[in-house]
Design a protein around this ligand. Structure first.
Ligand code: LFR
Length: 492
């Protein structure tokens, strides 16, 4: 008979897509049925401006994609949603959206982390939530929003995938993998963390406990789509959680890079590592599917290229990424490197100018044209990956023998080769649609179309998608030198 059809709604920082999947003889066949832009919008507010997600257009795009999937393939056996983390929508007493969700790159969180640490010491917070400090963690966003009229009107807080799920089914919940990025989850107990809720209530007057819905683990059925009755399954609704499910590893000794707007670099563990060294290196313990922990570092990823391209195009210059990468590949390696995690690169804006500024401050010749900027970015990313992969092994005690790259960045051959060269590890690239694949497999398992744990799901990925392997080439010493230039005090 016909294999059941599952639909993944997968929203990234620059686009959303709906991808269907069918399991046929242990092979997952996927098809992209819809793709739509995700274009953040800046609007004025009192005393400044605010960067928002256009969440209604994302919902509309997802809806259209589901309709399209059902028209093309007949009734869907299940659906699941994953998106970026940390951001949320607020609902009022009638269940109506209060204001438009704020983008994590908005500047309202400036200084918020410091205000939170004045109430609960940074190390004490890490001991509970195991989370890296990023200015945009939900706990800091809520501290920044404290006292606002919108927060006062709010009765529920839903993370973006849970918000879309509510609109599709009428049911409210908080999926755990994504909830773990809020800073409000007890990383060992996998439940909302009392000290963090108290911190928001007592320090900032934010009624966090009343706002947060019940937690559910991936695999839970959230509800049924209002029109068709299709079950909506909680997947790893944090895109990175879904991406790591789709790592086609054949050995437990692997490291990964989930490579998109961000590059999430780390290892998978069965329990958190809450060491002081890990905290100091800003390593995070995010909760994964099947009780796992993603021990990783956020490295600023293809964002640098995306924003550079946007800058050039806004100025009317032609900027074709494949062409620029081909030119960059012919340039000498490591002639200019930047610390991609420098905070100056986080907000939207003129990346080539910021890169030039960083180069000048560190006594390097700034890139002279577009191809040189692209070369600088890919070299710098590979260098940051090298450092993060080594730190992950050192801090977790789990050495990797292979580095898997999943996500859109796995298509960037120059970056993959440089990553192999820099890390000294073979890089296995693919699948590029890792987040959607992980999303689909967790749904399929929840509705009984497949069984097994993560090794079995990963076997399906390995059997379903071709990957490319890049072997390390060249000397390691230029990478050592570049690393010492950027991070002289720390030599891992
Ligand atoms: C990747 C990601 C990262 C998270 C960042 C912000 O898309 O989800 O894991 O740190 O976006 O939410």
């Amino acid at each position: 008979g016909q294999a059941a059809v599952h639909a993944a709604i997968d929203l990234g920082a620059s686009s959303g897509r709906v991808i269907t999947g069918r399991l046929v003889d242990g092979v997952l066949r996927t098809e992209e049925v819809a793709r739509f832009a995700n274009t953040p919008v800046t609007v004025p507010v009192e005393g400044g401006e605010r960067l928002h997600w256009d969440v209604l257009s994302l919902y509309a795009g997802a809806r259209r994609g589901l309709d399209r999937a059902a028209r093309d393939h007949g009734p869907l056996a299940s659906a699941g949603i994953d998106t970026w983390a940390v951001d949320y929508g607020l609902l009022d007493a009638e269940g109506a959206l209060v204001g438009n969700p704020v983008h994590y790159r908005d500047s309202r969180t400036e200084g918020a982390a410091e205000r939170v640490f004045a109430h609960l010491d940074q190390a004490a917070l890490y001991a509970v939530n195991g989370l890296q400090v990023q200015p945009f963690n939900t706990v800091f966003q809520l501290a920044a929003a404290a006292g606002s009229a919108q927060l006062a009107a709010a009765r529920d807080l839903l993370l973006i995938p849970d918000l879309l799920g509510y609109w599709l089914t009428g049911e409210r919940c908080a999926e755990l993998t994504n909830a773990s990025t809020t800073g409000l989850v007890d990383v060992r107990g996998r439940r909302w963390a009392r000290p963090c809720l108290d911190l928001l209530e007592q320090g900032f007057g934010v009624a966090a406990e009343a706002l947060l819905p019940d937690l559910v683990e991936p695999g839970h059925t959230i509800g049924h789509l209002r029109d068709t009755g299709t079950p909506l399954v909680a997947v790893g609704s944090h895109d990175t959680a879904s991406a790591v499910v789709a790592v086609p590893a054949r050995t437990p000794r692997f490291a990964y890079i989930s490579s998109g707007t961000w590059s999430l670099v780390g290892v998978e563990l069965d329990r958190p590592v809450l060491s002081e060294q890990g905290r100091a290196a800003n390593f995070t313990n995010e909760l994964g599917v099947d009780g796992t922990v993603r021990y990783l570092r956020n490295v600023t990823g293809l964002w640098l290229l995306q924003e550079s391209l946007r800058t050039w195009r806004d100025r009317g210059r032609e900027a074709d990424l494949p062409d620029l990468l081909a030119r960059a590949a012919r340039l000498p390696k490591l002639s200019c490197v930047v610390d991609v995690d420098d905070p100056r690169f986080a907000p939207p804006g003129d990346m080539p100018a910021r890169i030039a500024g960083f180069a000048a401050e560190t006594g390097q010749r700034p890139p002279a044209d577009e191809a040189e900027v692209v070369r600088c970015v890919v070299d710098s990313l590979a260098l940051a990956y090298r450092r993060a992969v080594r730190q992950a092994a050192e801090l977790s005690g789990q050495e990797a023998e292979v580095l898997h790259v999943v996500g859109g960045g796995s298509r960037n051959a120059l970056l993959c080769q440089l990553t192999a060269d820099a890390t000294g590890l073979p890089v296995v690239a693919g699948p590029a649609e890792g987040t959607a694949v992980g999303n689909l497999l967790v749904q399929a398992r929840a509705v009984g179309a497949i069984s097994g744990g993560l090794p079995e799901l990963r076997r399906v990925v390995a059997d379903s998608f071709t990957t490319l392997t890049y072997e390390p080439e060249g000397e390691r010493s230029p990478w050592d030198r570049a690393q010492r230039l950027l991070w002289p005090e720390r030599n891992t």
